[in-house]
Structures are given as structure tokens and as C-alpha cells.
Design a binder for this molecule. Sequence first.
Ligand code: MOS
Length: 753
Amino acid sequence: MSVIGQGIDRLDGRLKVTGQATYSAEHKLPRLAYGVMVLSTVPKGRITAIDSASIQRMPGVMVVMTHQNAPRLPKPKAEGKTGGKDGGKEQSKPDNKQQPPNPKLSLLQDARVDYNAQPIAVVVADTFEHARDAARRLQVRYAAAPAQLDFQQAKLRPRRPEPQPERPPDTGRGNVMRGLQNAATRVDVTFTTPMENHNPLEPHATIAAWEGDTLTLYDSTQNVSGARRTAAQSLGIDPDKVRVICPFVGGGFGSKGTTWSHVVLAAMASRMAGVPVKLVLERTQMYGPVGARPLTEQHLQLGASREGKLLAVTHDTISSTSFVDDFVEPCTAVTRKAYASDSLQTSQRLATLNVGVPTYMRAPGESSGSFALESAMDELAYALKMDPVALRLVNYAEKDPEKDIPWSSKSLRECYRAGAERFGWARRKPEPGSMRAGDKLVGWGMATASYPANRKGAKASARIDADGTVLVRSGTHDLGTGTYTVMTQIAADALGLPVSRIRFELGDTTFPEAPVSGGSQTVASVGPAVYQAALAARDKLIATALGDSGSALHGLNADDVDAADGWLVAKSDPKRRDSMAAVVSRNGGKPIVGEASAEQGDEKNRYAMQAFGAVFVEVHVDPELGTVRVPRIVGSYGVGRVINRKTTHSQLMGGIVWGIGMGLMEKTEMDWRVGRAVNANLADYHVPVNADIGDIEIIVVDEQDQHINELGTKGVGEIGITGVAAAIANAIYHATGKRIRDLPITPDKLIDA
Ligand code: MOS
């Protein structure tokens, strides 16, 4: 039985639970100093005075780096998005979340302040306590200027974002005006979602160390090669002079896909201090300078025939962005591919605020967009007096309605069927308020989940050593998702070896380059490279054996030889075999190395690649208190071939848990008078805890995909969150008859409504 698909335990699990996994801030370096960032306290203006001198005299303080004394950096080219002699190349095709563009950074080059909590200084001292004490006492005076902090005002002057290759700001097909006119039933509704902040357990952290003109960064990142590129570009040095190391990430969720100001500031501060500098963000500092999910307002119109056939869909989104740089929350992406409507019109616009640059947060666009679309579909189902699943089946998209090409695979029909059956959907009484459990109102709701199956070019190497073990490497990442384990399984499968004989290493720019671990693309991108590198090493090993007169396989044809259980075996005569270790040993002990570079062929132009699923939710609502519990959820997904059952299950379940948080709890509470988050800590920023989570059942339907990649696998990192907030909102409507179109659905909204 192949090791692919087996639910083997995480190979890095033991290291993590015994504290031996070294996270970025834990690397021990001689003469290490501590940097603490100081953030602005006004949302807009200029720094007029900054009293470095008085804290410079405090105990242990080595450097107070401000805009007055910070190293002058080369001016960023082309708005800071591309540019840099080598960096421009890979970023010349920004593909949204698959390869995030660099936002402009705050690197202390001038006195300007564009948002509250913008980095304005770094204090370096001999201990963390000395640095923090001094940083707290730094006196700064500002000439404050009027800031734009009112989304309602800002959205009156919407801007059209710059088109991205896969994401034009406007799309359309057919005639929506006529479609809406001809519709027997219409819904016309507006949804809003709040700002949300990433809260990985491990905060952003960087250790910067210079040796001469060579920089090493121990950085918590989803993109070691991106961090290298950004650091090199910002500092004006050759990328070859920068090494980024990141063996473990304590959660990223998109916030570490981009390289933010503190990474470069740590390098600048280290240069000034003449010693390595560690810079760890405080939890509060995670709210502002390192991205957030932006606010959205989404207007949808659906028009359907009496039978529920969609004649028109419109989806117009405005999301908040910053004055520093743009970020688009692509809410309409999901709608463009969702249903077989006769006509469709979507648009993305931006409303600019004096806040930090927003960024990717788990299923950016699809999570917020699916809340709106799948809530609106539920409203349409009630208007038509149709079952919500039946409505979706009537409008099932047999091919990609956006590109008008076939899906590489799509099992959504089976997801609806399997999910509904397991959930017991057939027993649902359609009338709102018709189901009870004691004094609680019971609601059943559902939604479609979907997320693109992304892939980017990636490289890997595999080295067979004389002891018969194999070292496989790629400069990718494990955000806690299971990359170490899954890549080991893939290499083991290719080499016919048990996983115990394979060691997979990642998170280092000296390894073969891999893309950002974002957009749920790591397995689909790096997996094929690992597979091919392992096969290349195997083939070289076989060739070595065949040419070796000391081998039992000498003189055979390469196609007659297979690798299994550490042996090379003749298929025609299995008694003729040679151990992999012995072949290397007789070769002078010289390791056999295979390398591979894998990328998508033209299948992407011929097939639309997307993962789909269906989420079924039960809620219990207290009619007097407005509190909502979620006792059970069934999520059913078609994600291609599963490499590891256990890590796949964990990713999908974790996504659903976050969906519960998005639906019921999560919101960055801003004081919009000053543009600062007031719940910038894990006590006040509400995310689900174990006590909030009931039964979550995951079904992965059998799905074969011949076109998507050599492994037939789609990513699972993000689809789990999609659809969940809508399914909860729909269940709440079913329980209460109250339609809440503004996230999160907190008790106050259910009492007022
Ligand atoms: Mo994900 S938000 O693309 O890291």
C-alpha cells in the first residue's frame, strides 16, 4: 500500500510538543541584542520632534533608530511594488495571493505618518527589558493632519484597483438588466464584513545578523525567498548576500506571506548596532503594521425564474485599503465562478483609509465573498420557497462560467449529497422558527464552499546517501499545516522507501527555491518538484547500479528495475536485487543527487482548477439572550487526491473553526476617531476556544483529477473557512427569521433585529 493518503502523524510533532522545534525568535546567536519597535500614535501627519537623546542614556541602550539617523536606503522603484535588479523578475507577474506583491514599507526614511501604529523608531538594547523600557519612554511630537478614518465617507470616492492578470476589477457576461427584468423573483441585498486581524500564536519575529556585507535573517515567514527579495531590494544589496532561515512557523494565515517593515528594520538596526538584533512584535503591534483583513461592503442582486434558474447575478464590492499602498479583498472572485447564471456583472472598488496596508487573510476574498453570495442565495431560496440545496443544484455550473472551459474536476454534486445525507438535511422543516430544542431555537443552514486550486513553479532536490537514507530539500514552509510530513510521504512514495528513511528539510533560501506558502498552493507546487527530484535521484541510482559490474543488476535495462523497501529489484527476476545503500557505497560513498523544477503546463488554459465543498450547520439560538451555539457542522469537500488523511482533516477542520469565529465573534474594534485597534490582544479579540466548538465532521469525497498536477491534488489550507459564516447566518435565519447581513453575528444584532 502506498504511503500516499495514509494519515501518518506529523513528523515534526514530537519536536513541537517537547519544545525542540526552534522558532524564529529562539535561535541563539552570540552578542544578540534586542530591538523594540515604537509605533506612531496619530493616524496622519508628520513627526516634528523625537527626543532620542534622553532615552539613549538609559541603561543598556545601544541604538535609537529614527528617521533622523536611520541608514538611507535606495528609493524604491515603481511605487515600491517591483523594482530592484533581481527582485523585479519574479514580481513582474503579480498573481494576487499566489505571489504577493510587496507593499510599501515604513523604513524610517522620512517624518511622514500615514496610519496609527506605523513603525517610527526601533530601540536596541542589551536586554529585551531595557529596550522595551526605553522604547516606552521615547517622546515624540507630531504635527497631526486630518485623517480619513470614515469608511462611509471614503467609499463615496471609490477607486478602481489596478487590474491584476487573473483578477480584473470588473467582469461581466450577458445582459444583467434584462435578466433582472425577466426574473420572477429578485433579491437585492447588501452585506458588510469588519476588519479582522491575524493572530497566529507565534507573533512576527526576526533576528538579523550581518557578517561583513552578508545578511542572515531568521524570520517567521511564509515566504523565505520573498523575504530575501524584499530585504535585498529595500537595502539595495544583491539577493545572493541575503539568507533567510525559517524551519518552523507558529501560524501565518497570510500575514506572513508578505515581508513587512520590521524585517528590514531589524536588518537596519543590526547594521547600526554592530551586533545581531532580535525584533519580536508585541501582540498589540500585530494590529496595524503587519496587515489585516479589510472592511468590505458587498451589494448583490440575484434574479431567478420561478424554477430557481438564475437569470442575473450582480456583485459589487468595496473594500478598505490604505494610503500607503493598495490591497484588494477579491470578494467577487467566488461569484465569478460559482453558478451557471445567464448573466453576471461584478466589480471591485477600493475605499482609502489612514490604516496599515491590509493583506491576505485565510481565503482572502473567498471567505468574505462567500458570506455575501451564499447568504444571498439562501435569501433567494426562501423567496422562491425552494430548498437551498435544490436551488444550488438547479444552477450547478457544469463548466467554469468565467472562462467557459471545463473543470479539471468538480465533485460538488457529490459533496452536497454526501454532506446532506450525513447531516440529515432531509429532516429539515423549511419554515423559519419551526424547530426547537428545549427553550432554544434550532436552525439548519448550508452553503457552498470553494477555493481555487493554485500552483506555482517550485524546485527541490533529493540526495541518496551511503547509509541508504535520503535527504530531500526545498525552500518551502510548514506553517503548522503538515508540509514536513506530506513532502516526506511524497518522496517515500517515489523512492519506494519507508518514511523513516527520508528526511525533508525546508525553510532556507540556500535550498532549491519554492513559492510563497499562501493561496493553499504548497502541496500542489512543491509536491510535484519533490516527487520529480526523488525520481531523478532514483533513476541516477539505477543507472549507477546498471553500470556497476559489482551489482547484481549489472547490464539490465533501466525499465526492468524498480525501487522498493530500500532495494533496487529486477522486475523480470526479483531475486536479482541490490540495496540502495550498497549502490551508493560501491560508488565511493558519493551521494546520488536528483534535482527537479516543476511547474504548471498549459493545462491551466484548458481546465479551470478549483476545489469545492458544502457546509451544513446547526445552530441553537437563545431567543432572549441572542446567544448562538454551533453544536454540529458537517463539511464535505472534493479536493483531489489526499496525500495525508490526518493533516487534510486538520486543515479542513481548522478552517471551519475559523469560519465559526468569522461568523460569530471576530472583529477588530477600531477607535475610528484615532484609527487604532482597541481590542489588540487575545483577551479582547474574540476567536473560538474549545468550549465554542461542537462536533465537526469532515467528509472528503473521492475525486480523481487527471489534469491538475502530477499528484492529482488540490490544496486544503483555505477552502475550510469558505461558506461557513454564510451557513451559520443561514442557520440563524432558519432558527429565528432574522437575517443578519453584518459580521460578526453577535447577540446584540439578534436582540435588536
Ligand atoms: Mo493564505 S491568506 O493565501 O496565506
